[in-house]
Design a protein around this ligand. Structure first.
Ligand code: ZN
Length: 241
């Protein structure tokens, strides 16, 4: 079995998605951990690409918001505006597809979810404290999440939970201990690195590898502005936050 490409938080940024796909090359299997849409200007292209190429696709809070507008009261104004705009761009079949997505899947000794196994769609794992809660909510050794837009790795060895410093382009072994892995965001990174983020996972060897790739940020920003989406959604892509 070959390596699995794991992507998440594409957020309608098709330019970033294409750069990730080109950088990754041939992936035998692709998993997407949610938030295909929201914020970016090409939600339809992203939904169609994910539907056509990914073996596992999870629902994120922004995918959920497209067909459940009652939750927009919990979104900030820019995110709510983008969610309504996204709804107008999608065909009925796209919306049905988003509605059909599961919030949690188990595969190859790993649990996959958008936010946290403690609360799949909504809860963020942003700290060691959050990670400790999350480790209590699943029984296996490996968990893959998105949602924070920050590439990260948390480890539990015996009772200790800590954050693992990331080293890009270098295989990291998940064999000893329990791990929560976040590939980082394809389409709207928030860790002050504007490059698109993704990771590889090899279930057989137990290795994961984080990657970053440059993409045409100007093109993505132009599309956001041309669509009449909030300027902040364009500007933040330059800063990666
Ligand atoms: Zn997101």
């Amino acid at each position: 079995m070959g390596r699995t490409l794991i992507i998440t938080d594409i957020h309608g940024n098709y330019d970033a998605l294409c750069a990730v796909v080109a950088d990754a090359g041939n992936a035998e299997t692709i998993w997407c951990l949610g938030d295909i849409v929201g914020y970016g200007a090409e939600p339809r292209a992203c939904v169609q690409w994910v539907r056509d190429h990914c073996a596992i696709v999870l629902s994120g809070n922004h995918d959920y918001a497209v067909f459940e507008p009652s939750i927009l009261q919990d979104f900030n104004p820019n995110a709510a505006f983008a969610a309504r705009w996204t709804f107008d761009q999608l065909a009925e079949t796209d919306i049905d597809y988003l509605r059909s997505l599961p919030s949690l899947v188990e595969r190859d000794d790993a649990i996959l979810t958008h936010g946290s196994p403690a609360d799949p769609i909504w809860t963020y794992i942003l700290s060691v404290v959050d990670a400790r809660e999350a480790f209590l909510a699943f029984t296996g050794n490996r968990c893959f999440v998105g949602h924070t837009h920050v590439a990260a790795c948390y480890a539990q060895l015996d009772e200790a939970v800590y954050r693992v410093p990331l080293e890009y382009d270098t295989p990291f072994s998940l064999i000893d201990g329990r791990y929560i892995v976040n590939p980082g965001s394809v389409g709207q990174p928030r860790d002050r690195d504007p490059r698109a983020a993704y990771c590889w996972y090899d279930a057989a060897s137990g290795e994961v590898e984080w990657r970053r790739v440059e993409y045409d940020i100007d093109a993505a920003q132009e599309k956001i502005r041309a669509a009449g989406l909030p300027e902040r959604l364009a500007a933040r892509l330059t800063r990666g936050q």
